[in-house]
Write a protein that binds this ligand. Structure first.
Ligand code: SAH
Length: 224
């Protein structure tokens, strides 16, 4: 990612300036995000380009924001925490994300791993995310319009899988597409009582570590 290649409006000014991004990253570090690689990519990533212009002035608040169709761009702290949890488990090269949404989480991952595969069930959101990836010159993202609960079997196995929508339980199809040494990071549980977990293979089956209490939109079936 090279922000200097973007036109000045895309680099941001005032509430969307580099100073605003720096302050957000300082706040994330203060809240316990310790992985320098994650902080550096988030310092560079123009989150204001992933939301509607009318909300751009709030892009560097540490909060989830609406992106249309009842969906939200995740809170920066949660993006950082999930990305950090994923990188702390080995050195993933190929990562599958379920729930492209605005594309922000995917773009952050694309700055850190070799290839990101991302699946979104709402075509309109996926098209907007693809435009953003092109504008930012992110060439290591492959995306697909589908029900992400099925994963992306043709490209499996993945070194890591990240879900940005919460299901009641883990999807067996996704665990099947995880490499033996890989990990899956996902919010699980009903609205109002979700836990972010990291799942990896242990000697006698899956090991699930709780990471944080979170609040995500639901993982839905089918495509829209
Ligand atoms: N990672 C996104 C978060 C978007 S919110 C971001 O950074 O902006 C979660 C997204 O998951 C929504 O766009 C929603 O449409 C999508 N989603 C929900 N269920 C899904 C499913 N079964 N397959 C693919 N995407 C799904």
């Amino acid at each position: 990612m090279n922000l200097s290649r973007l036109d000045p409006a895309a680099r941001g000014h005032g509430m969307t300036s580099q100073r605003a991004r720096d302050r957000l990253v300082e706040r994330l570090a203060g809240e316990g995000i310790g992985d320098r690689r994650v902080l550096e990519v988030m310092r560079q990533m123009p989150r204001h380009l992933f939301i509607d212009e009318a909300l751009a002035s709030r892009a560097y608040e540490d909060t989830a924001l609406p992106i249309g169709r009842g969906q939200t761009i995740s809170q920066p702290y949660v993006v950082a925490r999930m990305t950090e949890a994923l990188l702390a488990h080995g050195e993933p090269r190929r990562v599958l994300e379920i729930g492209t949404g605005s594309g922000y989480q995917c773009a952050v991952l694309a700055g850190l791993v070799e290839t990101v595969y991302t699946v979104e069930r709402i075509e309109e959101l996926l098209r907007a995310a693809r435009r953003r990836f092109r504008k930012l010159g992110l060439a290591n993202i492959r995306s697909r319009h589908d029900d992400g609960r099925l994963g992306w079997p043709d490209e499996a196995p993945f070194d890591a899988i990240l879900l940005t929508a919460a299901g009641a339980a883990l999807e067996p199809a996704l665990l099947d597409q995880l490499a033996p040494e890989g990990c899956l990071v996902a919010p699980v549980g009903p609205p109002g009582s979700q836990t972010l977990i990291r799942v990896s293979a242990g000697a006698d089956g899956w090991i699930s570590e709780p990471l944080a209490a979170v609040s995500f939109v639901p993982l839905l079936g089918g495509t829209g």
